[in-house]
Design a protein around this ligand. Structure first.
Ligand SMILES: C[S@@+](CC[C@H](N)C(=O)[O-])C[C@H]1O[C@@H](n2cnc3c(N)ncnc32)[C@H](O)[C@@H]1O
Length: 233
């Protein structure tokens, strides 16, 4: 990221009272630049952005910017929810200045059917159907990220995967527990799973009786070539 003026687009604006920690961090890195943070749901944001940080409540799928507007475009756990995610990678390439970077982070959830526990299989199976119905891809998209970036025309494509365990009492396990509480309420309300399945899954997690690989978080990034030959092997 350049510390000189320019615009950095970050998609980090999360469901926390003090939302957007990454957008705030980016803004600290470039006090003389600008950071534009986008999310279509502002319910959990209780502060307005202060320069160089600007909040924008918008549907990312419909955004457009002039060619070469941004130095860095970053998105965490959001492209997987955008039904037009492939097209968004091409748009991001256009919005970046030559030499600018796109950094994406999305989850690769383990398929529900591979869990050792029947209730967990049912619970995550229902979640998979709900995500697919709303246009999200939490299982296959992230694995394809490096290829998507390279195919779109990015150079210097690289990845850093991080494995996440249920049942190890770590940070991911705690986050997953909170998610499963919320998601279970959603599934039960809509009749997609019985309440006792949700309760048994929560009991398993609270009792640390299930230690299982739940996901791989895929960090992937690539650079917009400076010229036609740049980055070609
Ligand atoms: C898993 S959260 C990640 C939040 C934040 N980026 C972070 O890493 O903490 C996914 C976010 O994507 C946002 N989102 C989903 N669809 C969107 C869309 N079409 N346009 C903009 N934001 C969207 C949701 O409102 C939610 O805040």
């Amino acid at each position: 990221m350049r510390p000189d003026p320019g615009v950095t687009l970050s998609r980090d604006r999360g469901r926390r009272r003090i939302g957007g920690p990454l957008a705030r961090w980016l803004a600290q890195q470039c006090p003389d630049g600008r950071v534009l943070a986008v999310d279509n749901d502002a319910r959990y944001l209780d502060e307005s952005g202060e320069p160089p940080l600007e909040w924008c409540e918008a549907d990312a799928r419909t955004l457009d910017f002039a060619d070469g507007t941004f130095d860095v475009i970053h998105s965490r756990m959001t492209f997987c929810h955008l039904a037009n995610r492939d097209e968004m990678i091409s748009r991001a390439l256009r919005w970046l200045r030559p030499g600018g970077w796109l950094a994406l982070c999305d989850p690769m959830l383990m398929p529900a059917a591979s869990s050792a526990d029947p209730d967990v299989r049912r619970f995550f199976g229902a979640m998979e159907l709900a995500w697919t119905a709303q246009g999200s891809d939490m299982v296959e998209w992230a694995r394809a990220l490096p290829n998507r970036l390279a195919t779109a025309g990015f150079a210097d494509v690289s990845v850093r995967p991080q494995a996440n365990l249920l049942g190890d009492s770590g940070v991911y396990d705690q986050l997953a527990g909170a998610n499963i509480e919320q998601e279970g309420a959603y599934l039960v309300e809509r009749g997609l799973i019985p309440a006792d399945v949700h309760e048994r899954v929560l009991a398993l997690l609270r009792g640390s009786r299930l230690v299982e690989l739940r996901s791989i978080t895929m960090y992937a990034w690539g650079r917009k070539p400076l010229s036609d030959g740049d980055g070609r092997r």
